[in-house]
Design a protein around this ligand. Structure first.
Ligand SMILES: Nc1nc2c(ncn2[C@@H]2O[C@H](COP(=O)(O)OP(=O)(O)OP(=O)(O)O)[C@@H](O)[C@H]2O)c(=O)[nH]1
Length: 381
């Protein structure tokens, strides 16, 4: 298939500009420290680097060469900044911007030595991509989702393209930079570069989207104060547990826990101290549950615990352990040690086809109120 290089170039440039505008649109309204802005700026500099190829013969050669390599180095430096910001890392050190100086210096110094020029500039790019890959592969960072794999694949492919370019220059197969698009094979390498930048941009946008989806899910299902499941999430857990216990004829127990005289704690030490007590109690309760047990904050100072495959005796033993643990672990608030106790209502045993999640909660709740009425810091079932 004959390759019309000027048309190909025009399409590439248009695509690259649209890509930058698309990311700007995504970042619009976000704080300037948002990783998407850094990525959009990186795409902007990529567009400038690309534009230089089209201006060959229009602007003086050294100007084109210098602007191209500065923009190229800027693209990778800004993408590194974007990836670091995504992971909440501080900006890269000043030395990461060094290729912005080294590259034009190489371009000018080695203007007559194609091999040296290409070697030093492309090795700088390789170094910059290595720094990006290092962040993406850092085992100390919390990675999740598929967007990161797209980015890893894209940067590895880009690294490969760069290495091919260096090899081609060293083998004398092609000029490093002199109206590069006049050569069909070099034009193909540029297409490969554009495709990887496009793939990386999709990957990065996907990473951002996955994270915001995760955050929305947490907001919808987590209680922000204690970090436990919220009422909706723990109710879903209970509905599933009831259905499974009915289907498989298994035991299921439910505990309803309520902090005693919590209003007094708020009134004596303030609302913030009350929040700290709630967090402390939540932590104590959670730390004493088995992996299969689930806990959620059901109301203000009320918690619901779902114990699959647990009969009344097991539930009462656990309830006593929880009660004793809360009683013996006061919360430190400044100079004060605030003691709290809990009352617990238990509903445990077999679940019949007539039982419902609401019914189990109602029974545990009624037992909990009996515990309150008969002196608090107790368990009823
Ligand atoms: N600090 C804080 N207080 C809360 C929160 N949610 C509910 N409360 C308070 O919890 C208190 C609950 O008071 P009551 O329902 O009278 O219960 P109590 O004082 O624990 O009394 P008993 O349950 O009968 O032992 C109220 O003062 C609520 O304002 C919260 O998220 N943070």
């Amino acid at each position: 298939m004959p390759l019309d290089i000027p048309t190909l170039y025009a399409v590439m440039l248009l695509l690259a500009v649209l890509m930058a505008l698309w990311v700007c649109f995504m970042a619009w309204g976000q704080d300037s420290s948002n990783p998407l802005w850094a990525w959009a700026q990186g795409l902007g500099t990529f567009d400038v680097a690309l534009l230089m190829y089209g201006l060959t013969g229009v602007l003086p050669g050294p100007v084109i060469s210098v602007v191209n390599v500065v923009a190229g180095a800027g693209t990778f430096a800004l993408m590194l900044l974007a990836v670091r910001r995504f992971y909440g890392l501080s900006g890269p050190g000043l030395w990461v911007w060094a290729p912005l100086l080294v590259n034009p210096a190489s371009a000018l110094m080695f203007s007559e030595h194609v091999y040296l020029r290409s070697l030093s500039i492309n090795l700088m790019y390789v170094l910059q991509i290595t720094l990006i890959l290092r962040v993406l592969l850092d085992p100390k960072l919390e990675h999740s989702g598929r967007g990161r794999y797209m980015l890893l694949f894209g940067f590895c492919a880009q690294q490969l393209v760069l290495i091919v370019r260096v090899c081609m220059v060293l083998a004398g197969a092609t000029p490093a930079f002199s109206g590069a698009l006049s050569n069909g094979f070099v034009a193909l390498l540029f297409v490969a570069t554009l495709v990887t930048v496009l793939g990386n941009t999709l990957g990065f946008a996907y990473m951002i989207m996955e994270r915001s989806e995760r955050r929305n899910f947490e907001l919808a299902m987590k209680d922000m104060l204690t970090g436990l499941s919220n009422r909706r999430a723990i109710t879903d857990v209970l509905l599933t547990a009831v259905a499974r216990a009915q289907r498989q004829g298994q035991l299921l127990s439910v505990l309803m826990l309520d902090i005693d005289h919590f209003k007094k704690i708020n009134d004596s030490y303030g609302h913030q101290a009350g929040d700290k007590v709630l967090q402390g109690v939540a932590q104590i309760l959670q730390s004493r549950l088995r992996a299969q047990d689930q806990i959620g904050r059901f109301g203000g100072e009320e918690f619901l615990v779902v114990l699959p495959d647990t009969g009344i005796e097991g539930a009462l033993t656990l309830a006593e352990a929880l009660r004793a643990a809360v009683e013996s672990t006061p919360t430190q608030w400044g100079v004060h040690r605030i003691s709290a106790t809990i009352s617990i209502g238990v509903r445990g045993g077999m679940v019949t086809g007539a039982d419902t999640a609401d019914g189990l909660v109602g029974a545990a709740d009624a037992a909990m109120y009996r515990a309150k009425q008969t002196g608090r810091n107790r368990i009823e079932y």
